[in-house]
Write a protein that binds this ligand. Sequence first.
Ligand code: EPZ
Length: 438
Amino acid sequence: MSDTMLRIERSGALTGSVEVAGAKNAVLVIIASLLLPRGKSVLTNVPCSDDVGQMMQLLTALGAEVSFDKETHTLTADTSMVCRSAVSAELMKKMRASVLVMGPLLALMRKAEIALPGGCVIGSRPIDLHLKNFKKMGAVITMDGESLTASAENLHATTLVLDYPSVGATENILMAAVLTPGTTRLVNAALEPEVMDLVCILKKMGASITIEAPATIRVEGVTELQAVHHEIMPDRLEAGSLLLAAAITGGDVHVVNAHAYDMDVFLLKLEEMGHTIIVGEGGRGIRLLATQNPKAVSFKTSPYPGFPTDLQAPTMAALCLAEGVSVVEELVFENRLVHVRELQKMGAQISVDGNKATITGVDALFGANVIASDIRASCALVIAGMVAKGVTHMSGIHHWKRGYDALEVKLRALGGHVEYVEPSCVLPQDLTTIQPVK
Ligand code: EPZ
């Protein structure tokens, strides 16, 4: 299956209603948080993606009993028997989010043994902010090559200030603090909706957490937490991708369970492009009626509530056909413009200067053989392929399968032509529409 590709053909206007799955960037950290209580917790609305499978493996390796019902999207984890504090290097390398067990293991076992999570194509992805603040809480960190051991006789509560509102560092420190006696204040914390979903389940477990201005999370440590039931929030990043697929194909799509209030800046940019956005009662449900003449817009990515870095690539795909010149600045990760090269293969007119991409709208994109470099780049290329003249074949689909729960099925239901194919099925005529790379 490793050589399997996605075959994307020019699709008509996408139309219809669709539901998004549970949020990948909420469920991974929430699965890690299930280590904090001793007992059987149940998560619903869990996406069936490869990353969820990896996180389940990780919890099992630590001694938990974990099961997942793919039909009902329900994950059950009994952490009564968790007895280990070491995560294998193999598991750490497979998925960076594994680092999120450090906080719970330090809080519970007073020890966490992990391998440094690898970087990836979008950046070196260091964890210095996690480690620096665990040390301030009293942890002793020792390194032996790629192996890292954090141990703490007793973590102590204190005021911590993040140099940068790192999502992972906020989540890791928060999960250590909830079982640390005293008051921990985390200043300049990340407050992404996915972080708030973690706060929600931790409070259900019995944690004492308040959010204070400016961007401060205050925790009163408790002695133990209870196993709970929790429904994972809908995935705003999948929702944004589906709205962009409607926008680029000139369609009319209603994402029935999306939370518009998690996506204000992104929706503002869609409206500035000329698309009509209709939000449902209480901010739930988002319908996009596409304009036939989208206009160029510019944006810079930044921590929430700014423009989400995870929607930068898919939005850039939609800007390739917008009238005028758009400027996109990626300010969260140091190398998250790798998808530009692939969009250029499809005829996009984009120039890059450091972290800034300038996109000049063109009349058409053309099918090509493209390579997905990360989860969100894979989404950008599928979106572009649905409007390109001819056929696009995308390899590197493990990224697509890591980040989404059968998004190709949802796109097909809306009229998109996206399917898995084996390389032997790539017919010669499929390659005739490839444009010379500028
Ligand atoms: C989370 O990654 C998400 N992943 C990312 O989604 C998302 O892009 C990112 O937050 C920003 O919103 C998950 O939740 C599993 P960060 P995380 O720590 O926690 C630097 C996707 O496609 N930094 O906020 O790793 C870091 O290098 C993925 O779904 C340090 O320098 O993001 C980056 O430049 C991609 N030192 C910036 O901060 C640290 O100790 C933001 O990273 C930690 C981070």
